[in-house]
Design a binder for this molecule. Structure first.
Ligand code: CO8
Length: 258
């Protein structure tokens, strides 16, 4: 399918989505988030895709929601035609593993979309921030909820209340990103990680993602009970038999994703 504001491609079992609205630093207008949701739906449905990489340009992952599009919205229109529920949340709802590869600005909704991914790999040039307060609003796509879970209350308050940006080093120290790489190596590193994930059993990877995400939602006792049930259920998969048989006979596992 031809998109106007994103590009998509497939490399082996990895799907790549690249924000492509350079004139607005990949600001997340309605058209872009609608296309993003459609691309994710297509990758979700494609049995040959085991992991997705979401990325932007060297200058910007995404500089936030499209301010020019948002400025004249009113409460009722936002409530009745909520772009968050309709399209933004597609990233959080995506069930397969998804990695954000961030260079340049990841601000406002850009930072929030990156945080909806399973983990963030940052280029040295990455800058994260929730500057909505400078516009007379607060984060509206999960920033006040996911940021404190990622970096703790003090730093999240600092980011949301001052609107300042943090660089890649600070973001890694705070636990927002999993690793930092040179800008030129960003996509290769993300692809390498995605290929490694896509080579595992897809149902097991999806269950692992689901279980780790439960750590955000549940208390420890319930979370551990959830983990144990899912772990036990994995012994009903062919891939568990294959993985353990391969180890025992000292050969590489060939997962069949079932
Ligand atoms: N929206 C619309 N256009 C933008 C945005 C944006 N978020 N960011 C940049 N642009 C445009 C600029 O207007 C400019 O366009 P033009 O050339 O036509 O004037 C072009 O991109 C290049 O930008 P700059 O000239 O400003 O580039 P600089 O390198 O000087 O500055 C910055 C880069 C610092 C990133 C600057 O552009 C900036 O501050 N951008 C806004 C960042 C921001 O405030 N983001 C938060 C937006 S609000 C939000 O994300 C709320 C999410 C809630 C979602 C809920 C869904 C319902």
């Amino acid at each position: 399918m031809a998109y106007k504001t994103i590009q998509t491609k497939t490399e082996g079992r990895v799907g790549v989505i690249t924000f492509d609205r350079p004139s607005a630093l990949n600001a997340l207008c309605d058209e872009l988030t609608t296309e993003l949701a459609a691309a994710l739906e297509a990758f979700e449905a494609d049995e040959d895709i085991g992991c997705v990489v979401l990325t932007g340009s060297a200058k910007a992952f995404a500089a936030g929601a499209d301010i020019k599009e948002l400025q004249d919205r009113d409460f009722v229109s936002l409530y009745m035609h909520d772009p968050f529920a309709k399209s933004w949340e597609s990233v959080a709802r995506f069930r397969k593993p998804i990695i954000a590869a961030v260079a340049g600005y990841a601000l406002g909704g850009g930072c929030e979309i990156a945080m909806m991914c399973d983990f963030i790999i940052a280029a040295e040039t990455a800058k994260f921030g929730q500057p909505e307060i400078n516009l007379g609003v607060m984060p509206g796509a999960g920033g006040t909820q996911r940021l404190p879970r990622a970096v703790g209350k003090s730093k999240a308050m600092d980011m949301c209340l001052t609107g300042r940006m943090m660089n890649a080093e600070e973001a890694e120290r705070a636990g927002l990103v999993s690793r930092i790489v040179a800008a030129d190596d960003l996509l290769d590193t993300a692809m390498e990680a995605a290929e490694a994930i896509a080579a595992k059993s897809l149902p097991i990877a999806m269950m692992t993602k689901e279980a780790v995400n439960m750590a955000y939602e549940m208390g420890l006792t319930e979370g551990i009970r959830f983990e144990r049930r899912v772990f036990q259920s994995q012994f009903a998969t062919e891939d568990q038999k294959e993985g353990m048989a391969a180890f025992a006979s000292k050969r590489a596992a060939h997962f069949r994703h079932r």
